[in-house]
Design a protein around this ligand. Structure first.
Ligand SMILES: [Zn+2]
Length: 657
């Protein structure tokens, strides 16, 4: 062949290769008929198999061009293959890849080779064998260990200021929300959230909160409106002037007081509330804003579940459910309706606006008794979508509003150390109270001081329970963001005394990688180098053998698990002498799949695709565990819950859920 022909062939191959790469990257989120056929034809028994090996990519005629084989590795680093990962718990360092899974009546019956499982499938009438499409991966569905289910739904239906880069953008979003809701009554409260003044480019003093006046400045449409906006971290509430006036008319806010137990009221130069209430002070407004009705909850739940299933999430820790929320969930289940995602609720007396724990428990008991159930719904077989066995306590605020309780002052506010939202001396007694009622304790603790005090209280309770022969408390710390280095090992083994008598006992760390990605920009100035080295210590905790569960804290962060895995695996160390807290993809994936059910006492039936566990699985386009593949190109394309189709890309939620 003449050399110009070779050159032409080379150019042609390059163009074809580039087209293949570009079209793969830009693959639209449309529904795929083959995938739809597979998902919709999942019956009561089925065998699903993957090839597990690399396949040549490109169409047949391009493969015939010998040169293509040599060019392909240069053009694309994406091998085509299909995989099934069970994430079996017996070998945590391996993804547990198998050739086939056999599913019967919503559960995994067994896994193995085609040769072994084919005859098993044949023995059931109607059992079909399905193939995981090339380029796709089947793996356990995700569990988000800590989110806020109904708040997520509400955030999707109200003013969302998440990601707003300026105060003026916040005003514009409020104005456009009003413009798109012309029927909204003038006296109605407008709720929303997601603002983060530390990100605003037109807000030079990041240490100062915005005022009520700032919200409506120069805006005719906003001026008379009662607007209440939660900060991105849910630890501060920003009110419009009309809203502030309504709250103050009730005489609830003590005049001239800046600090109240567990919270603060931001004051102007004349000592009047300026529009932001922090932590416990938010109550003054929450008591005035109309509460959700069950109709609201129904709408919020639907919105939230639609989004979560599309992210491959079939289970959530609902990290602050009020008594009203819990009764709503319990009644929905009792009426024979699934919630859509497995909901592991944490009772929050705070969200129920009840200060006293005993009063809160009594209120829960009487409300649930009226709807026919007791105060604990253990659901250890995960047969239903709702579990209640956990109480949520709050030890401090959040870093974004300088509310996290630290031992030493904030580096960017040398007069403040944050505040405890529980009376320090009362923490052990409150933990004891709920443990005696049979509740798992999950305590919000962000600052190093809050974490140390909660660890102290947990140790005390664990010692007492252990001496009585019980120790399966599985106490959790939610967030565990800033720790003293001497506290890392206490998660694995709270006290040396316990180690001697019982062997190691764990306290569970429930953490949120995407929160690190969002807060990364202000952490160095807020914490200083020493504390920064011990912030979000995923690697250190996992390395010490602790149980680390991941979640997103949605709607504080997006529920995207892929974004969370990206944050956990791409983190770099702040300085060269600090060991990076980066995880491997497998470690991060396990923290969203096989790990969370331990924190929910459901590890025997959820989290991995092993015999007798529920067949909650997803298909991803791409392979999360292949380091050569960019996580941004990988997406969830189908979600299956209890063996049945729940969500399909391009189609949305499927009716069988
Ligand atoms: Zn939360």
């Amino acid at each position: 062949m003449h050399s110009w022909r070779w050159a032409a062939l080379l150019v042609l191959s390059l163009l074809v290769g580039l087209f293949a790469v570009v079209s793969q990257k830009r693959q639209p989120k449309q529904h795929n008929p083959d995938l739809e056929h597979l998902i919709r034809s999942l019956g009561d028994e089925y065998l699903i198999c993957a090839d597990g090996t690399s396949q040549p990519s490109g169409s047949r005629w391009t493969q015939y061009l010998g040169i293509w084989r040599h060019m392909r590795p240069l053009l694309s680093q994406k091998p085509k293959a299909s995989h099934i990962y069970t994430l079996a718990t017996s070998q945590p360092e391996s993804p547990g890849e198998v050739e086939c899974l056999f599913v019967k009546s919503g559960r995994v019956l067994s896994s193995g080779t085609r040769l072994a499982l084919g005859p098993l499938c044949d023995s059931f009438q109607g059992c079909m064998t399905h193939e995981v499409p090339y380029g796709h991966t089947l793996l356990p569905a995700f569990t988000d260990a800590h989110g806020h289910l109904l708040d997520l739904g509400q955030s999707l239906l109200s003013v969302d200021l998440t990601g707003a880069e300026s105060l003026s953008e916040c005003r514009e979003r409020l104005e456009s929300f009003l413009a798109s809701h012309p029927d909204l009554d003038k006296s109605a409260w407008i709720e929303g959230g997601g603002w983060d003044h530390t990100r605003w480019i037109d807000w030079p003093n990041k240490a100062r909160f915005p005022t009520a006046q700032d919200m409506i400045e120069n805006s005719v449409s906003l001026r008379e409106r009662k607007i209440s906006l939660k900060r991105i971290d849910f630890h501060a509430l920003w009110l419009s002037p009309a809203a502030l006036q309504t709250v103050m008319a009730d005489d609830k806010i003590p005049p001239g007081v800046e600090v109240i137990p567990g919270g603060s009221i931001v004051l102007d130069s004349e000592g009047r509330p300026s529009g932001v209430l922090v932590d416990h002070a938010m109550r003054f407004a929450l008591e005035v804003i109309p509460r959700w009705t069950n109709e609201d909850r129904k709408k919020f739940l639907k919105q939230a579940v639609d989004l979560l299933l599309s992210e491959g999430i079939t289970g959530v820790g609902d990290a602050a459910a009020s008594i009203d929320d819990i009764v709503f969930y319990a009644d929905t289940i009792r009426a024979g309706t699934d919630l859509g995602v497995r909901t592991y609720a944490f009772l929050s007396c705070e969200s129920s606006q009840i200060v006293d724990d005993a009063e809160c428990f009594e209120a829960l008991v009487s409300r649930l008794a009226a709807s026919g159930s007791g105060p604990l719904l253990l659901n250890e077989d995960a047969a239903s979508d709702f579990t209640l066995r956990t109480v949520k306590l709050f030890a401090d605020g959040a870093l974004g509003s300088w509310g996290a309780a630290l031992f030493l002052p904030y580096s960017d506010r040398p007069t403040e150390r944050g505040s405890l939202t529980m009376n320090e001396s009362a923490i052990p007694a409150i933990v004891n109270y709920w443990a005696d009622k049979g509740y798992q304790i999950a305590t919000h603790a962000i600052g190093d001081r809050a974490n140390a005090l909660v660890l102290d209280a947990y140790e005390e309770v664990l010692l007492r329970l252990t001496s009585q022969g019980e120790h399966d408390l599985r106490a959790r710390i939610e967030h565990a963001q800033i720790l003293r280095s001497q506290d890392f090992a206490r998660f694995k083994s709270p006290t040396s005394q316990l180690m001697r008598t019982q062997g190691p006992l764990s306290i569970i760390a429930s953490m949120q990688p995407s929160q690190y990605a969002s807060d990364e920009h202000y952490l160095p100035s807020r914490l200083g180098p020493d504390r920064l080295a011990n912030a979000f210590p995923w690697r250190s905790l996992l390395g010490s053998g602790s149980h680390v569960l991941f979640g997103s804290d949605f709607p504080v962060e997006s529920p995207s698990v892929l974004a969370g895995i990206r944050a956990a695996t791409t983190r770099t160390s702040p300085t060269a002498d600090v060991v990076p807290e980066t995880l491997t993809r497998l470690e991060a994936l396990r923290a969203y799949t096989s790990a969370p059910p331990f924190g929910q006492f459901q590890e025997k039936v959820l989290g991995s695709l092993e015999s007798e566990k529920w067949a909650d699985w997803i298909l991803t386009f791409g392979d999360i565990l292949d380091d050569r593949q960019d996580l941004q190109d990988i997406r969830v394309v189908a979600t299956v819950k209890r063996g049945k189709p729940a969500w399909l890309e391009g189609k949305g939620r499927l009716s069988s859920v």
